[in-house]
Design a protein around this ligand. Structure first.
Ligand code: GRG
Length: 294
């Protein structure tokens, strides 16, 4: 295994432990089936890209790693909630996620909605307990709330639903993706910044990195929907095959979308020039996102 793959694996294992511990703190106290539904998606083998971004950013800036681990765990809970709700019949109506039955097919729609709600609210409880100076803690809470809420992920999801069956321009589609997918990725990087001591230049560089990585992530996701492996395609067996949706391959062609992905990867990497070789893990993460197969 090359060095970066080993880093990814060990970070994912740290996060797995952190999420497991956080769930153990609460489960069985009130409604065991609710925690079972929360665990089902939270601990079902996601790539953990968002919290890994928080950890790598914090390491780059030599910040508070424990706070980053907690913030990253909270971000992963929010991501898991969004996936559970996104798969519901009222939204994408998907039957498979990560090769397993979607949450609502196992626990029923009502429990799946509640599991998502509980993951979202638990995330903010965890953030409220961060051992950081109060001003930093509030900054992180506000950052994550605003990027996951009405002007971030939830707003983007709303626009995305409204855009179904509409022909979008590239700019309109990018605006939706920046909110739906990009905002949480930006919040993941900036949480790492706020767990650290940073200069304005460093923050701006990392924000630019995150913005380009967010678009790259979405372009690759769209490409995998067209060309991807069976796991990714397996997710699309629901009633919505997303054929009516505007995607990068639809607007730019598959080759055009691939070129765009390479371009955003380049921009993300170039944003980190000021950090020189210390940014290597974040740079390798760009290549990982560019070449991911699911
Ligand atoms: C329901 C409020 C609400 C929001 C849903 C995240 C989202 C918004 C929808 C998911 C649909 C989708 C395919 C979005 C594109 C990018 C994306 C978020 C992919 C899934 O994230 P990964 O690849 O998943 O990080 P893993 O399984 O690795 O955790």
């Amino acid at each position: 295994m090359d060095g970066f793959k080993a880093i990814l694996k060990s970070k994912a294992a740290e996060l797995e432990n952190s999420l497991e511990e956080l769930m153990e703190l609460k489960e069985d106290e009130l409604a065991p089936e609710l925690s079972e539904a929360m665990r089902y998606t939270l601990l079902s083998g996601g790539k953990r890209i968002r919290p890994i971004l928080t950890l790598l950013t914090t390491e780059l800036l030599k910040g508070d790693y424990q706070a980053a681990l907690k913030s990253g765990s909270a971000l992963e809970m929010i991501h898991s909630y969004s996936l559970i709700h996104d798969d519901l019949p009222a939204m994408d109506d998907d039957q498979l996620r990560r090769g397993k039955k979607t949450n609502h097919l196992v626990f029923g729609e009502a429990k799946a909605i509640l599991a998502g709600d509980a993951l979202l609210t638990y995330a903010f409880e965890i953030l409220s307990e961060l051992e950081l100076e109060p001003a930093k803690k509030i900054k992180i809470i506000k950052l994550i709330a605003s990027n996951s809420g009405m002007l971030g992920m939830v707003g983007g999801q709303t626009l995305d639903i409204d855009a179904e069956k509409k022909e979008l321009s590239l700019a309109e589609m990018q605006k939706i993706h920046a909110a739906k997918t990009g905002a949480l990725i930006k919040a993941s990087v900036l949480s790492g910044v706020y767990c650290s001591v940073y200069s304005r230049t460093e923050k701006e560089a990392l924000q630019k990195y995150a913005e380009n990585l967010g678009v790259l992530f979405q372009v690759v996701d769209d490409l995998l929907d067209v060309t991807g492996d069976t796991e990714k395609l397996g997710k699309k067996v629901g009633s919505d095959q997303k054929l009516d949706k505007s995607t990068y391959p639809k607007l730019l062609g598959v080759d055009g979308a691939r070129e765009a992905a390479v371009e955003y990867a380049k921009k993300a990497k170039n944003s980190l020039a000021i950090f020189e070789e210390e940014a290597e893990p974040l740079i390798k993460l760009v290549d990982y996102v560019l070449s991911r197969q699911h």
